[in-house]
Design a protein around this ligand. Structure first.
Ligand code: PLP
Length: 412
């Protein structure tokens, strides 16, 4: 089944051509430009089919076998399947698959373990902490007392000495490890030791690396953290959504923190799509994909460094790269605009060394398309041509269109 086919054949085209045009326009954009946003990917047609299924109609407050609403016999099976697949995929004793997003999952983890006013130690926002790790603009910064650790200004690596010093000084109720922009593996054993030393819970916000964990291409936080929060999109390649993993001892607290404490009825079409994605992520093909994501990111990072960009930490262990384009004469914001005009879509982000805006990019989506190291070499050189102003963005846009045309995300 192809997405174009679905849309063209679908009633949507007849009933609401205006919206059908918008969807097809987005499909065209995703098919003719390169998606290097580190948090994005292309879900499979099977995941899209589950999202667009009649399960979207069903109200299902509660958990399988214990719902407020009637008629839940089929969605109960879907949710149990998603839970069992998540537990098997990540080797967890308990999984909750109802969180509507990664942020909702983090909120539920805090609700399960903390009380308002508690102290929490997390990576500071300027160093790659997420909004839910203490931003004053977010519930987390308003309801908890966040202390931020940082990264070494020279190496860009998490400053473990500082983490320990801050943990001993502030005695937090929870320590959060996880980031929106950290390109290296996180040393979960280190964080577990510190948490034990100060009597804190350890919460791993593994939204970014969880797909790599599923494919065996990154270490798992599950054996170390009290609660693991993650998104089901990003490298994991499922629908937009969140999930929580924990031991049996915390299962009831986590479930009650999701529903009824922070959410209402579960979105059963999304839960079904999560089940599909977990099934896909358990296949040998997904393990090959996850390792290729990392191999591609390493080649891309090396290529960008060779072109003169300053790549944070000197490379990557994951799908994610952050880099300062300043040596090419352009700051992060201008670089993002120039690259977007050329059809290369990525983000700006704060860089660890001071108040600098750099670029954040990832290889999850282009790897799903089937691109490999050869294309990453081309991409690094092409990005440098654009940033140095050597080639008109419009000319590169045509080259990008041609490359993308050879790797359709939804063939047919
Ligand atoms: C580490 C981390 N936590 C939480 C989130 C939030 O996920 P969502 O956008 O689904 O709320 C993200 C998303 O990028 C993330 O990277």
């Amino acid at each position: 089944m192809s997405v174009t086919h679905t849309l063209e054949a679908d009633v949507l085209r007849r009933q609401d051509p205006q919206l059908a045009d918008i969807l097809l326009g987005e499909l065209e954009r995703q098919s003719t430009t390169l998606q290097l946003i580190a948090a994005e990917n292309y879900t499979s047609p099977a995941v899209l089919a589950a999202l667009g299924s009649p399960l979207a109609n069903k109200y299902a407050e509660g958990y399988p076998g214990s719902r407020y609403h009637g008629g839940c016999e089929m969605v109960d099976v879907a949710e149990r399947l998603a839970v069992e697949r998540a537990k098997a995929l990540f080797g967890a004793e308990h999984a909750n698959v109802q969180s509507h997003s990664g942020s909702s999952a983090v909120l539920a983890a805090y609700a399960a373990l903390l009380r308002p006013g508690d102290t929490v130690l997390a990576l500071g926002l300027p160093y790659g902490g997420h909004l839910t790790h203490g931003s004053p603009a977010n519930f987390s910064g308003r309801w908890f007392d966040f202390v931020g650790y940082g990264v070494d200004a020279e190496t860009g690596l998490i400053d473990h000495d500082q983490v320990r010093t801050l943990a001993l000084a502030h005695r937090p109720k929870a320590i959060v490890c996880g980031s929106i922009a950290y390109p290296r593996h996180i040393d979960y054993a280190f964080f577990r030791d510190i948490a034990d030393e100060v009597g804190a819970y350890l919460i791993a916000d593994a939204a970014h690396p969880m797909g790599l964990v599923a494919g065996g291409a990154a270490p798992s936080p599950v054996p170390y953290a009290d609660v693991v929060c993650a998104t089901t999109h990003k490298v994991l390649r499922g629908p937009r959504g969140g999930m929580l993993l924990c031991g049996a001892d915390l299962a009831e607290r986590v479930d009650r923190a999701v529903f009824p404490f922070t959410q209402g009825g579960a979105q059963m079409h999304t839960i079904a799509a999560k089940a599909v994605a977990f099934g896909e992520a358990a296949t040998p093909a997904f393990a090959v994909y996850a390792h290729q994501v990392v191999a591609n990111a390493r080649v891309l990072a090396a290529g960008l460094a060779a072109e003169g960009l300053v790549v944070t930490t000197g490379g990557t262990d994951t799908h994610l790269i952050t880099a300062d384009p300043a040596p090419l004469g352009v700051d992060g914001r201008a670089a993002r605009g120039r690259l977007a005009a050329a059809g290369i879509v990525l983000d700006c982000c704060a860089l660890p060394h001071g108040d600098v805006r750099g670029l954040r990019l990832g290889t999850a989506a282009v790897t799903t398309q089937g691109m490999g190291e050869k294309e990453m070499v081309w991409l690094a050189a092409t990005m440098a041509r654009v940033l140095k102003g050597e080639t008109e963005s419009q000319k590169v846009r045509e080259e990008v269109r041609e490359l993308a045309g050879g790797f359709p995300p939804y063939p047919g």
